[in-house]
Design a protein around this ligand. Structure first.
Ligand code: AGP
Length: 637
């Protein structure tokens, strides 16, 4: 997920030499500052300025100026101060959250066409970029980056060079792209014009007085205008200082929906939500969908070439050890059930900080899977160093391109959840489970444990999960209300079995870290071995009930666990699938989730627990995004 800003305004009045940089740069940098939470591993701008300043009557020809730097936005600003770009009537800016190619100057956006006359910025994933890039390489097109975006720059530049105007070129190229993309482009032959396009990725238009704006969300231009247009799927927009034209990819004119932004600037940066955490909970369908993007071929078969790990190594793996902390460890616990079921390989899940002190049994046939959202958790860094010293292979599942953990691993499989700003991890958790499942299916396919059609079936189930998660999100009002009712609870228990057990652990962690409340997750079967003594009158107990279609008697056992605690005074909140009426006798409240396959259940059953924890913290007036004593990335052991 990246931050994107576009500006089309009046012919500049500021001389190129003016260090202030003029209106275009001011607008773009202001927008990028508000969007930096969407991506901050590199940033860049491009302007189309009059080549000879203002000497000629209508200005001379135009030139493209591109400045881009790896690192935070501040580094780009420094570079622009050192070498100012001329003011311009058209400008685009980008803050990157890397998906293809690490955070380097070369991989930073904007990317330019081979003739240097066009610049483009992109948010999303071009699924078919590899095939398009291979064609261009065969034709001798020079590439300067590892990104999927550069492919678009060359395709657009070539279309304009062949005679198409920038808008037509954008439509032509977009028709050949697959995946998710928001694109903005400028060209020296279209001064004062910015052309944008979107498919499965957001793009909004800001309507100004004598200028118009584009952004990945309204935060890009909230400081300039509150009048906006929402663009739909497969649409192209062309803006100038005084015009906005929208068509479909097929060229048919479109009248976009107009709206007024009623958020303040701070809220706009959170997409209108009160908390980043709430925004990120609502981004979970996209986090799952984006993590799946580009990892199946046209036939629906799984393709994980990016792993760059010798398939022989994967084939001879005889044990997997998942290493992680906190929420990431619980994602690993969920994955354990799936990978053992699919691959028939033993999977251990180890807290990173315990790992190397227990003299783990590691051989060259052990595959260590390190899961980390930040990629900087020092406990995990130290653990994988130990694992590699012992000869094990390490595969990182990480949300942050170029972070320490993937860099120090033998291979990496990235989640594409976008930046997770809130300290409490939510969308990364769902993306980690998704990535672990892709890895498990890939291993099963490679080792012959599953037929290709069986893998395709499970992939189909995964592709259905974004909608299932969205359904749970649409029902979250009752959980929010419950949170306000239970905000003064002193202790809350969470029970689950099988893949519901790690969900219970994660639900408890969320409540602990957000509401500073005692909470504990248990394997439901463990209750009678002691913890049931904890149950007091009126104590809230969440029970994650598996589908009646899951393992033989799993469902009945968990329902009876709910009855046991309820009989002892607990207030049971049962998470159960639609239509499961067997739970009604043991629940004070039933929170319904869509019916999904057993191994997919954690992706939906965790969502009410995330919302509950967030809402309790909010009801208690706590800082949901920055809970006390916690940091987003624990870079000390
Ligand atoms: C989860 O909500 C916590 N913020 C914390 O447990 C986190 O999951 C853990 O510190 C691991 O972080 P990582 O995924 O960046 O390695």
């Amino acid at each position: 997920m990246c931050g994107i800003v576009g500006y089309a305004g009046p012919r500049p009045t500021v001389r190129p030499s003016d260090p202030a940089g003029g209106e275009a740069l001011a607008v773009v940098l202001e927008g990028l500052r508000r969007l930096e939470y969407r991506g901050y591993d590199s940033a860049g701008v491009a302007v189309v300025a009059e080549a000879d300043g203002h000497d000629g009557p209508g200005g001379g020809a135009h030139a493209l100026h591109v400045t881009k730097r790896a690192g935070r936005l501040a580094r780009l600003v420094e570079a622009l101060e050192a070498e100012p770009v001329p003011d311009a009537a058209a400008a685009i800016g980008h803050t990157r959250w890397a998906t293809h190619g690490g955070p380097t100057d070369a991989n930073a956006h904007p990317h330019t066409s081979a003739d240097g006359r066009l610049a483009v910025i992109h948010n999303g994933i071009i699924e078919n970029y590899a095939a398009l890039k291979a064609e261009l390489l065969e034709q001798g097109v020079p590439f300067t980056s590892q990104t999927d975006t550069e492919v678009v720059a060359h395709l657009l530049g070539r279309a304009v060079a062949a005679g198409a105007d920038l808008t037509t070129a954008m439509r032509e190229v977009c028709r050949d792209l697959e995946g998710a993309f928001t694109l903005l482009a400028v060209h020296v032959d279209a001064p004062g014009t910015v052309v944008g396009a979107r498919r499965n990725s957001p793009l909004v238009v800001g309507l100004g007085d004598g200028a118009n704006y584009l952004g990945s969300d309204v935060a890009a231009f909230i400081g300039r205008t509150r009048d906006a247009l929402e663009l739909g799927q497969d649409q192209v927009v062309t803006i100038t200082a005084t015009s906005v034209e929208v068509t479909g990819f097929d060229g048919a004119p479109v009248t976009p929906r107009a709206f007024t932004v009623d958020w303040d600037a701070a809220a706009a940066e959170k997409g209108g939500y009160q908390w980043y955490m709430d925004k990120e909970i609502h981004e979970q369908p996209k986090a799952v969908a984006d993590t799946l993007l580009g990892r199946t071929d046209a036939s629906g078969a799984l393709v994980l070439d990016e792993l760059r790990m010798d398939t022989a190594v994967l084939r001879r793996t005889d044990k997997i050890i998942v290493i992680a902390c906190g929420t990431a460890a619980y994602a690993g616990h969920v994955a354990k059930y799936a990978i053992e079921h699919w691959c028939r390989i033993p999977v251990e899940v180890e807290l990173a900080h315990e790992f190397r002190y227990r003299d783990p049994v590691l051989t060259e046939r052990t595959l260590v899977v390190a899961i980390s959202q930040s990629g900087e958790t020092m406990d995990v860094v130290m653990a994988i160093r130990h694992a590699r010293e012992q000869g094990a292979k390490v595969l990182a599942i990480c949300n942050t391109q170029g972070a320490t953990i993937p860099r120090e691993s033998d291979a990496a499989l990235y989640t594409h959840a976008g930046p997770e700003v809130a300290v409490a991890s939510t969308k990364a958790f769902l993306a980690q489970i998704t990535a672990c499942y892709l890895l498990g299916l890939y291993l099963a396919q490679l080792r012959g444990n599953m037929f290709a059609d069986e893998v395709r079936t499970v992939l189909g189930q995964l592709h259905g999960m974004p909608d299932a998660v969205q359904t749970v999100l649409d029902r979250s009002e009752e959980v929010r209300k419950l949170a306000h009712e239970l905000a003064d609870s002193k202790s809350v228990l969470f029970l689950g079995r099988h893949v519901g057990f790690p969900v219970a652990l994660e639900g408890a962690l969320k409540l602990k870290e957000l509401a500073y409340l005692h909470a504990e997750g248990f394997a439901a079967g463990e209750l009678k071995h002691g913890p049931i003594a904890l149950v007091e009158e009126g104590q809230p107990v969440f029970v994650i009930v598996p589908s009646p279609d899951s393992r033989d008697s799993l469902h009945a056992k968990v329902v009876s666990n709910a009855q046991e605690v309820r009989a002892r005074g607990a207030r049971t909140i049962v998470i159960a699938e639609d239509g499961d009426d067997a739970v009604l006798g043991s629940a004070d409240l039933v929170v319904r989730v869509p019916r999904v396959p057993t191994l997919m259940a954690p992706l939906v059953t965790v969502v009410p627990l995330q919302v509950f924890a967030m809402e309790v913290a909010s009801a208690k007036g706590l800082d949901v995004d920055q809970p006390r004593n916690l940091a987003k990335s624990v870079t000390v052991e």
